[in-house]
Write a protein that binds this ligand. Structure first.
Ligand SMILES: Cc1cc2nc3c(=O)[nH]c(=O)nc-3n(C[C@H](O)[C@H](O)[C@H](O)COP(=O)(O)OP(=O)(O)OC[C@H]3O[C@@H](n4cnc5c(N)ncnc54)[C@H](O)[C@@H]3O)c2cc1C
Length: 417
C-alpha cells in the first residue's frame, strides 16, 4: 500500500468538493480529492435541476403563513411531502428551520449569501472556459409558471423586491408564454422569465469536467471511504483500498453525508436534508423545451437535459437513507404530461437525492474550531450547483491566507454554538 502525501485532502467529489479542490490547486496547494465513487459528480451534484440560480436572492425558508403550513401538513401538497412515522426524528430540525425563517433572520441570511449568489455564474463561466466545455452552459434563464392570479401576484411582489438586488426578468402573459415555449399547454395566470441564471444540461457532466481540469492541472483523485479519516501527527490521514493519503489539512465536503465525518469528531452541527427525486422522459415527436420550466403551483420542474426532459420534484422530509417513496413523482407525472408532450420514461425508477441543509439555509464554510487543519464546506441546500465554484473560491482564499472576496462570517460553524 502506497502512502501519498499532499498539502490538502478534500473529502467528497461533488460540485462543492471538486470546486474547492480546483481553487486550492490554483492557489498553489498540492491537493488530493477523495471520494467513495470512482468518478466525481455521481450523487446530488448529478441529479439536480441544472439551474445556476443567481436569481435566487431569497433562500427557501420555512413558510410563516398559517394557511400554507396547514396545506403542507396535509401531506398532499405537491411541493412538500413527509414521512409521518419518522417525524419525531426530524421535528427538532424543522423547529430550528422555522425559527431561522423569522423574517428578520431570514433577511440577514439572504444578505449574507447575496455576494456569493451574485458571483455564482461568473465563477462557473471562468471554470467552464478553462475546462473547455462551453456546451454545458446555456444562458437561457428559466421560467416560473403560475396557475392562479394569487400566486402570480405574490411572485410578482417577490420579483419586485428581488430587482433591488439586481435580479432581472420579465413577467409573461399567456401569449408571451406561448411565444417563449410553444410546446406548453395549460391554463396559466402568467409566468416570470428569470433571464439571468444559467442552465447546465448535464450537471454531473459539469462536475466531471471540473474534476478532469483538476487532474490535468496536477491534482490527484483517490477512491477511499471518508469515514476512515483520522488525525495523525502533522495532519490528517484517509485509508483507501490501494493507498493511504496523508495531508496537513482536510476539507469535509461530503454534502448530505458530511455528518459521517464531523459527528464522530464531536461536532453537533444541525445538518438536515431535504430529499428530492428526478425522472427523465423522452419528448414526444419533435417537441423542444427551450428553458427549465417550474410549474410552481403544481410543484415540479421540467429541465431540458442532454439525457432527456428531467422532471424534478419538490421537497421530501424523511431520513436520508430511508427507502425511496417517490409519491411526488407519481403525482407530478400526469400534470407534467398535460403541460408538455412527454413520451416514455428513460429510467425504470426515479433517482433519489438529498439537499444538504442547515436550518438557516446557509452553508457551513470555514475552519473547524476544535481541530487544527480541519475545514468545513457543506450544506449548500437547494443551491449547491450554483454555489459550488464561488464557495470553493471563498474557502481556498481563507485556507491560503488571502483576502476573502466576501465576508465569510455568516458561514462560520460557530453560529450554531
Ligand atoms: C431534486 C434536486 C434538485 C436540485 N436542483 C438544483 C438546482 O437547480 N440548482 C442548484 O444550484 N442546486 C440544486 N440542487 C442542490 C444541489 O444539487 C446540491 O446542493 C449539491 O449537489 C450539493 O453538492 P455537494 O458536492 O455538497 O454534495 P454531493 O454532490 O452529494 O457530493 C458529495 C460527495 O461525497 C461523496 N461521499 C459521500 N459519502 C462518502 C464517504 N463515506 N466516503 C467518500 N466519499 C463520500 C459522494 O460520493 C459525493 O460524491 C438540487 C438538489 C436536488 C436533490
Amino acid at each position: 500500500m502506497a502512502e501519498l502525501k499532499a498539502d490538502v485532502l478534500v473529502l467528497g467529489a461533488g460540485m462543492v468538493g471538486v470546486s474547492a479542490a480546483l481553487h486550492l490547486l490554483k492557489r498553489g496547494r498540492d491537493v488530493i480529492l477523495v471520494d467513495r465513487n470512482d468518478e466525481a459528480g455521481e450523487e446530488t451534484s448529478y441529479g439536480n435541476g441544472g439551474i445556476i440560480e443567481c436569481a435566487s436572492v431569497f433562500p427557501y425558508m420555512f413558510p410563516r403563513d398559517l394557511g400554507e403550513i396547514l396545506r403542507y401538513a396535509t401531506n398532499r401538497a405537491p411541493q412538500v411531502s413527509y414521512h409521518l412515522l419518522e417525524l419525531p426524528s426530524y421535528l427538532p430540525w424543522l423547529v430550528r428551520y422555522f425559527l431561522a425563517s423569522e423574517p428578520k433572520r431570514a433577511h440577514r441570511a439572504a444578505m449574507g449569501v447575496l455576494p456569493l449568489i451574485r458571483r455564482s455564474l461568473i465563477e462557473h463561466e471562468a471554470l467552464i472556459g478553462e475546462a473547455g466545455v462551453p456546451d454545458l452552459l446555456r444562458k437561457t434563464g428559466w421560467i416560473k409558471l403560475f396557475r392562479s392570479d394569487a400566486t402570480l401576484a405574490d411572485a410578482q411582489g417577490a420579483f419586485e423586491r428581488a430587482k433591488q438586488y439586481g435580479v432581472e426578468g420579465e413577467v409573461l402573459d399567456t401569449s408571451a408564454i406561448a411565444q417563449r415555449e410553444p410546446g406548453l399547454t395549460g391554463d396559466f395566470a402568467g409566468a416570470i422569465h428569470f433571464s439571468g441564471p444559467g442552465f447546465v444540461p448535464d450537471p454531473g457532466g459539469l462536475a466531471k469536467a471540473y474534476a478532469s481540469l483538476f487532474k490535468r492541472e496536477g491534482g490527484r483523485f483517490v477512491v477511499a471511504d471518508a469515514r476512515s479519516l483520522e488525525q495523525v501527527a502533522g495532519g490528517w490521514r484517509v485509508t483507501g483500498a490501494g493507498d493511504t493519503v496523508v495531508a496537513r489539512e482536510a476539507v469535509v465536503a461530503l454534502g448530505p453525508w458530511s455528518d459521517l465525518v464531523f459527528a464522530p469528531l464531536g461536532y453537533a452541527i444541525p445538518l438536515g436534508i431535504k430529499r428530492g427525486y428526478h425522472l427523465h422522459l423522452r419528448p414526444r415527436g419533435n417537441a423542444v423545451l427551450q428553458h427549465p420550466v417550474l410549474d410552481s403551483d403544481l410543484g415540479y420542474l421540467l429541465a431540458p437535459m442532454n439525457r432527456g426532459i428531467r422532471m424534478t420534484t419538490g421537497v421530501e422530509f424523511a431520513r436520508r437513507d430511508a427507502p425511496a417513496t417517490p409519491v411526488q413523482v407519481e403525482r407530478a407525472l400526469p400534470r407534467a404530461r398535460a403541460l408538455f408532450p412527454l413520451g416514455e420514461a428513460i429510467e425504470a425508477k426515479p433517482w433519489k437525492g438529498a439537499r444538504p441543509c442547515l436550518p438557516d439555509m446557509l452553508p457551513v464554510i470555514g475552519k473547524a474550531p476544535r481541530h487544527a487543519g480541519l475545514w468545513f464546506d457543506f450544506g449548500h441546500q437547494h443551491h449547491g450547483l450554483t454555489l459550488g465554484p464561488v464557495t470553493g473560491r471563498l474557502l481556498a482564499e481563507m485556507m491560503t491566507g488571502a483576502e476573502p472576496f466576501s465576508d465569510p462570517a455568516p458561514f462560520a460553524v460557530e453560529r450554531f454554538g
